[in-house]
Design a protein around this ligand. Structure first.
Ligand SMILES: Nc1ncnc2c1ncn2[C@@H]1O[C@H](COP(=O)(O)OP(=O)(O)OP(=O)(O)O)[C@@H](O)[C@H]1O
Length: 807
């Protein structure tokens, strides 16, 4: 068998194994939570909202039932939901809210990793469709053969987040398609017809090298304000024939650059004779909505017609912007002439569902029972059939008419886009998406443009964290140190029972994300690569393939010298497509955006120097901006106020104060918090606010969920929800005028745990525009590896260092 086929088999197999492991870890963790936690605890963990009542049932696209829930005034003093992690696109279940008891546990379907919403008795599963501060809408597909279509909803409900296996199913499908495309029939899984392999797929897999770029000399840029590196990235993306990567460090205008690329691709010019069709994807709904909002806000010249943009899937927030809502497929399909024909049926259908659920107009809180109910359901079934028939073709018509379709990578694998093809697919935040999810849209286009920053946080991988934990032994203090980012890890961090570790696979030695950056080569690209991408052995090389040896013991890897174009099976799912392409083709596959428009240059100095090898420059519009320049602040004559408003970086060093951390729960794997540090945060915020800084201009971030909870309990009563308090992971992609980082770790053993991940620290230290205040214990933190040590040394030399702000 040719060497390349070996590589392809090993690569696909490895991706599949890792995905299966991740799916198992997620399902297992979810199952443990649902069976071990009371509903109240689930709510505290952000995985459930209790005490809800159904207010409405509508019919959505595809004849889905849209069940709307709110907090009834009878049970709650405020209609606002407590903080939670339920997002549009999540799989969730409505359950009867019987307080105090344990939930009924995970359904068989969930345990088996089934992918379709289901109902059982008074539980209904579906996909979250919309989430606002006071209302949550679940879309339930009654056409699912496993679904009991009768909506017999409990009077008082709760909604609980479940493991999302739909995404894994789509990723698996994408891998199957890839396998059928690239492998001889004897090697591929049996399946239906698959289109022949495109040049793009060949390049992504290293079967062919990228074609020579087509030189474009006279590009007229729509946005004259683009800087040199942005223009060069746009040109590079347009000239590349199959794939182009754009590396955008924090605040360098990745999205700005992508918007220009989209405008260039979709318009006719001397360099682009025919407008192209573009699919814009992202790792999250939030990422794609960000691009969508900017696309829709573009000015339209008199000679131009407005870009035809359609958003497929679930917008992340309930947008105040009518443009955004109006661009969703649901709204567009509803507005079309053909849709008017379906409206009567839809109205009738909704009225019948209202009566059946006891929530409709003439229902008076009672729903029909027995024979009457059965008869009515038959009517509903007929109406739904008719509705789907009339709706048929409307969706396709809207999509065929769209020049730009915007969706998450995952949603691009849905039914609605099944027959759609595009000239170019763009993936924003590609360094936060698992490689397999990127393959879902890749099959739909001839060319791929990826944007992201491999030096910020990668996708969060649960199975990796389980593996690390296990490797170091339960109860080992190191285990807590290597634990998952709290954003996701918090889900199970407090539980005594942890998900069983999946079987080991043969992978290289444990990564060291925190090696000294100065150890890296200076060549651009290589210099910025993370240090966790050693080459795992290829299948066949070690005689066992890249999988579990029969003994179950991992053999030490045979590390082979990487040749350009070699396809290397990933070691973990943290290796993204962006990372892999950079490793496979070298720095020539990407362009770096090198001017940042966010941070005062003092705030940007350390990350630029140590993470981006001094390549990141600060635009003059932000280089010296301070809190003092905000219209709502005034330093006047007060020295203390001046100090706060005119200083870009403050370090409050609690070394020697014995402000020790505390572990939440009764063993060392719990999340950490630090009460004394939280009090310092509070005092510092008072000082900022007294100086005129608005709570909306401040964010408090910390790596630990337990510290977030503690800080929220102290700060929310004073500042409400105006001030943002969150984990570092949750702040990626965001910015605030003033950011306070609470580092939490302070202990005699000098352990810093996952704080030392330089990508997490990079995200933390690059969120602030005008003022960054770090609060931490240097005597502990400096022992967390070279990166943290360098940061502490830099802070001591460059920040306004304070030792106590208590008095
Ligand atoms: N050439 C430019 N001239 C002036 N301002 C710019 C330019 N490019 C980007 N900006 C501004 O910089 C800020 C960051 O841009 P954008 O949101 O596109 O960056 P990003 O790289 O996507 O951000 P993030 O780091 O959050 O991922 C925005 O306020 C944007 O308007």
């Amino acid at each position: 068998m040719p060497a390349k086929a070996d590589q392809l088999i090993a690569f696909i197999k490895r991706q599949r194994d890792l995905l299966n492991r991740e799916r198992d870890a997620e399902i297992e963790q979810n199952a443990l939570l649902l069976t071990n936690c009371t509903p109240k605890l689930l709510e505290q963990k952000g995985l459930a909202i209790l005490g809800l009542g159904v207010v409405n049932i509508n019919v959505g696209l595809g004849g889905k039932n849209l069940i709307e829930l709110e907090r009834p005034a009878a049970y709650h003093s405020s209609p606002l939901f407590p903080p939670h992690n339920l997002r549009p696109g999540d799989i969730a279940r409505i359950e009867e809210n019987s307080t105090g008891t344990k939930p009924k546990g995970v359904s068989k379907k969930q345990k088996a990793g089934a992918n379709t919403p289901a109902t059982s008795g008074r539980q209904i599963e579906g996909v979250l469709y919309k989430v606002s501060d006071t209302r949550i809408v679940l879309a339930v597909d009654p056409s699912d053969p496993n679904t009991n279509e009768d909506i017999d909803l409990p009077e008082r409900s709760r909604i609980v987040k479940l493991a999302n296996s739909v995404t894994y199913d789509r990723m698996e499908k994408a891998l199957n398609q890839l396998e059928r495309m690239v492998l001889p029939p004897s090697e591929a899984v049996v399946g239906r017809y698959t289109p022949p392999m495109s040049k793009l797929v060949e390049v992504l897999l290293g079967i062919s090298a990228p074609s020579e770029r087509i030189s474009l000399e006279n590009i007229v840029f729509f946005d004259p304000s683009l800087n040199g590196s942005q223009k060069s990235a746009v040109k590079f993306a347009l000239e590349s024939q199959e794939v182009a990567c754009i590396h955008g460090p924090p605040g360098t205008g990745k999205t700005h650059t992508l918007i220009e690329i989209i405008r260039q691709l979709t318009s006719v010019s001397s360099t682009n004779p025919k407008p192209l069709r573009v699919l814009v994807c992202g790792a999250s709904n939030l990422a794609v909505d960000n691009v969508l909002e900017r696309l829709l806000a573009l000015p339209v010249a008199k000679s131009e017609s407005r870009l035809k943009v359609t958003r497929v899937g679930h917008p992340a927030r309930v947008m105040s912007d009518d443009n955004v809502l109006g661009s969703t497929l649901d709204m567009k399909a509803g507005r079309s002439d053909e849709a008017a024909l379906a409206k009567d049926v839809k109205d009738e259908l909704e009225a019948a569902l209202g009566v059946l659920s006891g929530k409709g107009k003439g229902a008076k809180g009672k729903s029909p029972r027995g024979l009457e109910r059965k008869k009515m359901w038959e009517e509903v079934r007929e109406l739904r059939k008719e509705y789907r028939k009339r709706e048929g073709g409307v969706v396709e018509g809207v999509l065929n008419d769209s020049q730009i379709v915007v969706s998450t990578c995952h949603s691009s694998g849905g039914r609605q886009l099944y027959k759609q093809s595009f000239d170019v697919v763009i993936i924003d935040e590609a360094t936060q998406a698992m490689e397999a999810v990127c393959w879902i849209p890749v099959f739909k286009a001839k060319k791929l443009i990826l944007a992201g920053d491999p030096m910020q946080l990668p996708p969060t991988i649960l199975s990796l964290n389980n593996k690390r934990k296990n490797k170091q032994g339960p109860g080992s203090t190191k285990a807590a140190g290597k634990k998952a980012p709290d954003q996701k890890a918090k889900v199970g961090s407090k539980e005594k029972a942890t998900a069983p570790d999946p079987p080991p696979v043969q992978v290289p030695q444990d990564e060291d994300r925190n090696a000294d950056p100065s150890d890296e080569s200076d060549e651009e690209g290589d210099a910025m690569m993370k240090d966790d991408d050693d080459i795992p052995p290829l299948a066949g090389e070690a005689g066992t393939g890249a999988e579990t040896p029969a003994s179950g013991e991992s053999k030490p890897p045979t590390v082979k010298k990487l040749r350009r174009g070699d396809l290397v099976p990933p070691r973990t799912l943290e290796t993204t497509l962006f990372d892999r392409l950079e490793k496979m083709y070298g720095p020539g596959i990407k362009r770096l955006l090198n001017v940042q428009y966010r941070m005062n240059q003092k705030i940007a100095e350390f990350p630029s120097k140590v993470i981006y090898h001094s390549k990141l420059r600060s635009d003059k519009s932000v280089a010296s901006h301070l809190l003092d320049d905000l219209p709502n602040t005034s330093a006047e004559d007060d020295d203390e106020t001046q100090e706060v408003l005119r200083t870009p970086v403050v370090f409050i060093d609690t070394a020697g104060s014995e402000y020790y951390e505390r572990t939440e729960g009764d063993h060392d794997e719990g999340s950490k918090c630090n009460e004394n540090e939280a009090m310092v945060v509070k005092k510092y915020i008072t000082r900022l606010v007294d100086s005129g800084v608005l709570p909306t201009q401040i964010a408090v971030i910390t790596p630990y969920q337990a510290q977030v909870t503690l800080l929220a309990s102290i700060l929310r009563p004073v500042y409400g929800r105006d001030m943002e308090i969150g984990t570092v992971d949750g702040m990626q992609g965001r910015e605030k005028d003033a950011v306070i980082i609470s580092l939490v770790r302070s202990n005699e053993k000098r352990e810093v745990g996952f704080l030392k991940d330089k990508r997490r620290l990079n995200v933390a230290m690059t969120r602030a525009k005008r003022h960054l205040c770090i609060i931490g214990d240097s005597s502990t933190v400096q022992h967390g590896g070279l990166f943290l040590k360098k940061w502490m040394v830099w802070l001591e030399a460059n920040a306004d260092v304070r030792y106590d702000i208590v008095e």
